[in-house]
Design a protein around this ligand. Sequence first.
Ligand code: UD1
Length: 423
Amino acid sequence: MSKLIISEGRPLKGRVRVSGAKNSILPIIAASLLADGKSTIDEIPYLNDVKIMCDLVKSLGASVTLSDEKTKLEICCRGLSNTTAPYELVNKMRASFLVAGPLLAKAGYVQISLPGGCAIGSRPVDLHLKGFMALGASITQGHGYIEARRSGRLKGNKVYLDFPSVGATENIMMAATLAEGVTIIENAAIEPEIVDLATYLTSMGADIKGAGTDTVKIYGVSDLKATSHTVIPDRIEAGTYMVAAAITGGDVVVENVVTDHLKPVTAKLREAGVEVSEELSSIRVRRRDLSAVDIKTHPYPGFPTDMQSQMTSLLSMACGTSMVIETIFENRFMHVSELKRMGANIKVEGRSAIIEGGSRLTGAKVKATDLRAGAALILAGLTADGTTEIENMEHVDRGYIGIDEKLKNLGANVVRVDDDSGN
Ligand code: UD1
């Protein structure tokens, strides 16, 4: 347990480099189970969630080596010694469910704990299971676990997703790589991380067409080989530093970005009066006055739900009334009550937050309830008068590599205090 103490809000200035995408590396580690041999993955963000996924694939029989600089993983898979993903690991991180597709395809059987509820909503896995069943798997459920098995190879089929779920698209895509015949996922998610996973699988020998569109075709192959891959930059980490520059009235160059992936964030920041200039692989963000904007979260290329809480912090300082509507998760306004303790004027009605902007934020003791809620509180603290203490930083550490160091390099006055050591 640790907390971050931020004193004296001040404009951030300088350059910050974005790490590899958390939401890419997690399915990519799971996909490594499909190959025989040693895969090398570069630009990995060695976050707590990544450690959990590594522990999970190790428990299934893979060996994992991390480079000294903690930016490269070698995953060696020569047969699977276990096909059970236990509650202890799936409960810690919902993305653990992504080993289900690879295990089902490769080993023919998987027993995996149901992910259960999480802080931002119920997050079911019905679409993942619908896909597995369409490919011929039989599914049973009991004692908090799901069992999926196939007899013979999985068989390619059409799968229509009622909602373009990121995780379901990934799980079904991975399972279908080793199926017999063609699988067509309709209404598939089109997030950049889906494309990154498809690139990885293709370099393993899979035959995938249309990743990044709403119709993905997977032509099954008989086996996949180990490969090497470099993970795409994390667009949510990039967006968070862009908001950090904007909220503090600073001037920051965010490096190692794919500007296309940031279009919805860039568009909304510009609409709010923030100056955003795009270079080939970097973005410069400066701000003077801020005005209110309305935001509605949508699947990509709509405004990302993972940037909603950070924008809520920013809009609490903008001139005028903004409305933020969350359409992806049912309980994703937990940062609001904490922001109100810092002086923000926000009213939540169902899935909408109405923000009366122009508040001068003041430092307070606040608690991160989940990853992005924690990021929103850090952003508020970076501009607040006085001292802000953000507790439960372990949530933030799930998604941001070295956030204290990166903020310090931009001139923020931040100190981490480890509760265990009493420092
Ligand atoms: C991924 C991201 C997460 C992001 C989310 C939406 C990873 C590791 N995490 O999560 O950061 O916030 O996409 O962009 O990539 N749903 C169902 N049934 C299902 C699956 C999903 O109803 O079987 C619903 C969920 O409850 C939710 C919505 O679909 O309301 C979106 O979920 P999904 O796209 O699956 O998100 P994740 O893959 O869990």
